[in-house]
Design a protein around this ligand. Structure first.
Ligand code: FAD
Length: 443
């Protein structure tokens, strides 16, 4: 494909979704391609980006998302791409256009009507949504941790509940009032959130809730499988299990949820767990609007099937990456897991392959390098396993080293979207903020 099209228009590369993978991709595309010949466009339904693995910290209040969020407009100006606000609704493959849903303001009045954006190449990177497996009441009564508004909503509910309990304790010091939280899903998200909540409960005493302490927090972590953290070696999962129990978490493995109500979680074994807040972190799937979007091939979980080049199976000019893409490497039994490191690596392959397509060179195949899994139990502990040539296979790590590697994943993301200078500067600012700012976001 020539750098400029035969009709004189610029070659337009549209990336939908500015998350862990999409934002890294547009940053590279914008700085690589000349604006004279190319138009790089990012479409996202939100105005800002927050790295999703930070959401449990935002939910517990231990991280102020305002400080870590990236505004797309400013970022686009710096890195040479254009940002369009809006949600992808459909793809018209014959016309090579994406259809963007109408944009409305807070009172529902339309700001921009349904519109179309032309593409020469399209990359879909819209992430995933939480999978409720069709279980009764989950959609209505459980919170998810998919976005910043979800995390903010959880934090507000948690703080209000802590306030209620504090008031009850002030009125009657013998009161047995507690804040009851049930987290469904014993994967990394559920485990990290459970630990983070105890860290937040410890800090609340400094900020006007003197009567509240961790004894007043009752967190239950429910996992359908035989143990929590199935992706980690058994020994490390057992260490995390023990650490959670020491904090006071009621860890219930082998517990299947059959329904959620406004006041409780119902389990298959007949156990009914009363609770004030319910969080669903039991797995993810592709958003329903992706199902056969534009006639493309999708999985049962609404993920777009892609080839090794990250091109969708039925259309060479449409790529997909990250959580919304399903790719099973040759010889593997399962598709690549929905993780930030996979989205990061896929973005690198798509960047390479877009350049290859434009310069009429052969594309390369995506090869996933699993660097391991790490789980951070707030300030109490970090456990995980590292993989790769550096450590000669698989190595279990805990403590400070594990914490360092865990935070490195976010540091790499900062460098990928801001460059080395600003990325390093932001890391320093992050450390300073930890010292000078309150330990909890309380509003
Ligand atoms: C609480 C939590 C903790 C996690 N911890 C870890 C961890 O420790 N390690 C790890 O590897 N992974 C972790 N993950 C998983 C990781 O965050 C995801 O795998 C990763 O973010 C996927 O990247 P992505 O680019 O595919 O999508 P996302 O980062 O989810 O980005 C998707 C983007 O698409 C936008 N979007 C969605 N729909 C539309 C639409 N219709 N139109 C326009 N834009 C749209 C969204 O606004 C968003 O900006 C965690 C996830 C959560 C929720």
């Amino acid at each position: 494909m020539p750098r400029t099209r035969a009709d004189g228009k610029k070659t337009q590369i549209v990336v939908v979704g500015g998350g862990a993978g999409g934002l890294e991709l547009v940053t590279r595309l914008g700085s690589h391609f000349s604006r004279d010949d190319f138009d790089i466009i990012l479409v996202d339904r939100n105005a800002t980006h927050i790295w999703k693995p930070l959401l449990h910290e935002v939910a517990a209040g231990s991280l102020d998302a305002n400080l870590d969020e990236v505004g797309y407009r400013g970022h686009a100006y710096r890195w040479g791409y254009r940002y369009f606000d809006g949600a992808l609704e459909a793809i018209d493959r014959a016309a090579q256009q994406v259809v963007i849903a109408p944009i409305c303001d807070e009172d529902g009045s339309e700001v921009i009507g349904r519109h179309r954006i032309r593409y020469d190449y399209l990359v879909i990177a819209v992430g995933s949504v939480s999978n409720d497996f069709g279980i009764t009441g989950v959609k209505q009564h459980c919170l998810a941790l998919e976005s910043r508004p979800d995390a903010d909503r959880f934090r507000r509910k948690l703080l209000n509940q802590c306030l209620r309990v504090s008031r009850a304790l002030v009125a009657d010091p013998a009161s047995d009032a507690t804040v009851k939280v049930v987290i469904v899903g014993g994967g990394a998200t559920g485990v990290e959130l459970a630990a983070e909540l105890y860290s937040a409960a410890d800090a609340l005493g400094f900020y006007g809730l003197e009567v509240f302490d961790r004894q007043r927090l009752q967190v239950s972590l429910l996992e359908a499988g035989p143990r929590i953290l199935p992706l980690l070696p058994e020994k490390l999962a057992a260490a995390a299990h023990g650490e959670l129990e020491n904090l006071g978490v009621n860890v219930l493995a082998g517990t299947q949820v059959v329904a959620a109500t406004a006041t409780a979680i119902h389990c298959k074994d007949g156990n009914i767990i009363p609770c004030d807040i319910r969080v669903w972190a039991a797995g993810v799937k592709g958003a329903e609007f992706l199902h056969e979007i534009g006639g493309l091939e999708t999985t049962r979980n609404h993920q777009l099937r892609v080839r090794a080049t990250m091109q969708t199976t039925l259309d060479d000019s449409i790529f997909a990456l990250g959580d919304c893409a399903s790719y099973t490497p040759p010889g593997a039994e399962r598709p690549i897991p929905p993780r930030a490191q996979a989205a990061h690596q896929m973005a690198q392959t798509v960047f390479h392959n877009l350049r290859a397509a434009i310069e009429s060179r052969p594309m390369k195949d995506f090869v996933y390098e699993d660097k391991g899994s790490l789980v951070n139990l707030a300030r109490y502990s970090t456990v995980g396993s590292l993989m790769g040539n550096l450590v000669g296979g698989k190595m279990a790590i805990e403590g400070r080293l594990a914490r360092f590697v865990y935070t490195s994943l976010y540091r790499m993301h900062l460098v990928a979207i801001h460059g080395w200078m600003k990325g390093l500067f932001l890391m320093v600012v992050g450390h300073v903020n930890q010292v000078v700012r309150p330990k909890l976001k309380l509003h």
